[in-house]
Design a protein around this ligand. Structure first.
Ligand SMILES: [Zn+2]
Length: 334
């Protein structure tokens, strides 16, 4: 089976960490940091020698430094759709933290507007449907994060489909963000939370019970808690697993230790994603290939994962139905 051409759905894709390398080179050269694409690669990419999530996250500083203008944000978003469409992704959720892009004076509303504009242009040109998730940051204060929730509510149905929480989950436990995500729940905003990547299963439990998460970013440590596995299955909470990134950030020591196969076999809804195509030096085709080659997922398993992702996506109901039909039609040729 040709992994590149099977229809896919991707739910966990960071705009900054997936920036197109040539585009980043263009931005850097415009600001007189004259460097080649190869040089940039070594500055923003990690490999299997990466020691921790902290080391992984350091790579983002250089990228976000060059994503501070309307032009850069729109272009990066447009390229996200372009790049992803070449892997036959039918539906993509792109996430970004607006507060990382205010250095040149753009307002939060403007930042969201320009990202949505880029996604829309990409969608019109390449056919991949693209929606946005706004990311709250654990090291930002309550007021800043409440503004993200307010803006997500304002843009809901206009390109934004949900909210997320990211950052160091050990240093900043989920319970600190209860008030923020109560507001999100009041607005009926779909919620996904980064949890169980660097911390244990209690972080996943809190994300579900205290913050109202419908999806969990990574959720690797779920495998340590069988009661919680049952809760996740009962509530149909879906995991956004990113195998390559999980090894690099040391959420798992190696692919061999990755619980994704066991979780899948136990009936936990899992999806496969890239996290950060550029920082992790991956793409969605590579991740699917990994599932087939390393984890021995069959064609039927992979199709199941695509349907699970669509089902768990925050797409509008009717749109989901349309995409399901397209995916089904393409799968019939296999
Ligand atoms: Zn992530």
């Amino acid at each position: 089976m040709d992994m590149k051409s099977i229809p896919k759905v991707e739910l966990h894709y960071h705009l900054d960490g997936s920036i197109n390398l040539e585009l980043l080179a263009e931005f850097m050269n415009e600001s007189n940091d004259s460097v080649s694409v190869d040089e940039i690669k070594s500055l923003v990419q990690v490999d299997s020698n990466c020691k921790s999530l902290r080391e992984y996250l350091k790579k983002f500083q250089l990228i976000t430094k060059h994503m501070q203008t309307d032009y850069a944000l729109e272009k990066t978003a447009y390229h996200a759709v372009k790049d992803t469409s070449s892997h036959n992704v039918k539906y993509l959720e792109v996430r970004f933290a607006p507060w990382l892009h205010v250095n040149d004076g753009l307002s939060i509303e403007e930042i969201i507007k320009y990202v949505l504009l880029g996604l829309k242009k990409g969608e019109n040109e390449f056919g991949t449907i693209a929606r946005a998730i706004l990311v709250c940051l654990r090291n930002d204060n309550i007021e800043k994060n409440i503004e993200i929730i307010e803006q997500a509510n304002h843009f809901l149905g206009k390109g934004v489909v949900g909210v997320d929480l990211a950052g160091d989950e050990n240093k900043y436990p989920q319970r600190n963000y209860k008030r923020i995500f109560e507001r999100a729940q009041d607005y009926k905003l779909p919620i996904t939370i980064h949890a169980g990547e660097a911390a244990g299963p209690e972080s996943i439990r809190d994300a579900i019970e205290l913050l109202g998460a419908k999806r969990i970013g990574h959720g690797i440590s779920l495998i340590e808690d069988y009661d919680l596995i049952n809760i996740v299955k009962e509530k149909n909470i879906t995991l956004e697993i990113c195998p390559t990134s999980n090894v690099q950030t040391k959420a798992v020591n190696s692919l061999h230790d990755h619980p994704l196969r066991r979780l899948y076999d136990m009936g936990v809804p899992i999806t496969i994603n890239t996290d950060n195509c550029t920082v992790s030096n991956t793409n969605i085709t590579k991740e699917y290939q990994l599932l087939a080659d390393y984890f021995k997922f069959t064609q039927k398993d992979l199709q199941q994962i695509v349907y699970t992702a669509l089902e768990a996506s925050f797409a509008e109901k009717l749109l989901k139905k349309d995409i399901k039909k397209i995916i089904k039609d393409e799968f019939t040729v296999y």
